[in-house]
Design a protein around this ligand. Structure first.
Ligand SMILES: NC(=O)c1ccc[n+]([C@@H]2O[C@H](COP(=O)([O-])OP(=O)(O)OC[C@H]3O[C@@H](n4cnc5c(N)ncnc54)[C@H](O)[C@@H]3O)[C@@H](O)[C@H]2O)c1
Length: 384
């Protein structure tokens, strides 16, 4: 029997704990040697799952000095990723960083430059939907050409009040910590949708604001749904306090470089949850319901019922994606398989969403050409 893998965590919050829980569910033997986190909110999840948190270290430098580790996981609020990643990439041992890989455009270019200039340990990014069984099938259907050439897409992400209130209460409510509503919540979707489109975003436009969680729209009294999810780091209690500056409602349109057009709509106080992708191709159409975990597609000119696949629903584990990603991570660490998403994919997904937010803030259509040119200069055109 091989020795347990030795892990370290920078930011032992709810997500790091959930990733460790998922790794345990793969049957992989590991030890969390230690962590750097001034107030680790994920320890309750670890305790529930029989995972010992290991030794607390004063900060990430002290933790990394006790390495090398088989994996260092970075699961801090998004504004901390860039500096913690830079430090960890200069050390030894593979790194797993949560999405969004970084929070700003300049951080994206700096990371791409760093990865080009000097060798770095293996870097895995928690774009967990890439590992979701339903997403794998969607990408396969597209890749195998069942839909023909992709023409247009519409996509949605409508969160229930519990989730919207969580975003309005915790660190994600501030752009300086989270980046934006879309960057934190749907960089996953823009990663996959860009892959389905088969090109980079060329022009984007967006409209958004706070449609729900603001003082003049306060509903009810002490509503339990608004406190249903644990707040996490730097959380506040009142979702209607106006102490937040990111949107809770946003629309976007994207034209990709190959002419594929996409419309996107997100909201955060929905009575009817939805995360849905509608993909229209020259020869077929696909609808994916990512909440109910159902997929159907059909060729336009063929008689007969659509192909339908229903996957198990498991809300706690992102409908099975968490354990699937954990298995992908373990396989990549063991050299058995390639991880399904690269750092460059994650940087591109983040930049796409940042361009959308720039369009919303400026009220202008944003042409992405200069952004991609800067990225290509920074990365030297590398795709991994
Ligand atoms: N892939 C996914 O589906 C998914 C889901 C949820 C969260 N996330 C990502 O995971 C990351 C963490 O989110 P979360 O929901 O766990 O947040 P959280 O608030 O639950 O945890 C954040 C943790 O970071 C710690 N922290 C704060 N400052 C720190 C510092 N300077 N050094 C070390 N630790 C510090 C906090 O004390 C807290 O324990 C974010 O990047 C988020 O976007 C990804």
């Amino acid at each position: 029997m091989s020795a347990p893998l030795r892990f370290a965590a920078i930011g032992l919050g709810q997500r790091t704990a959930a990733v460790l829980r998922a790794i345990k569910q793969t049957g992989t033997s590991f030890e969390l040697v230690g962590y750097a986190d001034p107030a680790p909110v994920g320890t309750a999840i670890l305790a529930e799952n029989g995972i010992a948190p290991g030794t607390p270290f004063a900060d990430e430098r002290a933790l990394l000095a006790a390495g090398p580790f088989d994996l260092t996981l970075i699961g801090t609020p998004n504004h901390l990723h860039a500096t913690q990643l830079a430090l960890t990439l200069d050390g030894a041992g593979p790194v797993f960083v949560e999405k969004p890989i970084v929070r700003t455009e300049n951080e994206s270019y700096a990371l791409a430059t760093r990865l080009r200039e000097r060798p770095a340990p293996a870097l895995f990014v928690g774009l967990v939907m890439r590992s979701a069984p339903i997403v794998r099938e969607i990408l396969q259907v597209v890749r195998e050409g069942h839909l023909g050439a992709i023409v247009s897409i519409d996509a949605t992400e409508h969160l229930p009040p519990e989730h919207g209130a969580y975003l309005a209460r915790n660190w994600r409510r501030k752009a300086e910590w989270g980046g934006s509503f879309l960057l934190d919540k749907v960089c996953h979707d823009f990663d996959i949708l860009g892959t389905i489109a088969g090109a980079r975003a060329q022009r984007v436009a967006s409209f958004g604001g706070r449609g729900q969680f603001r003082l003049d729209r306060k509903v009810g009294g002490d509503v339990p749904a608004y406190r249903a999810w644990p707040g996490g780091w730097s959380a506040q209690d009142d979702v209607f306090s106006n102490d937040h500056d990111v949107t809770d409602t946003q629309t976007a349109i994207v034209e990709y470089a190959n002419g594929v057009r996409l419309a996107f709509h997100a909201s955060s106080h929905s009575a009817l949850r939805e995360r849905r992708w509608y993909v229209a191709g020259t020869e077929g159409t696909l609808i994916a319901d990512l909440v109910r975990n159902k997929l159907m597609w059909r060729r336009a000119l063929e008689a007969g019922a659509p192909v339908r696949h229903n996957y198990p629903v498991d809300e706690i584990n992102h409908n099975g994606a968490d354990v699937a990603m954990a298995q992908d991570l373990v396989d990549a660490l063991a050299g058995r398989a390639k991880f399904p998403v690269t750092a460059n994919d994650a940087i591109e997904a983040g930049l796409t969403v940042m361009a959308i937010d720039k369009a919303m803030l400026s009220g202008q259509v944003v042409d992405c050409a200069a952004m991609w040119q800067r990225l290509d200069t920074a990365s030297g055109g590398l795709s991994d």
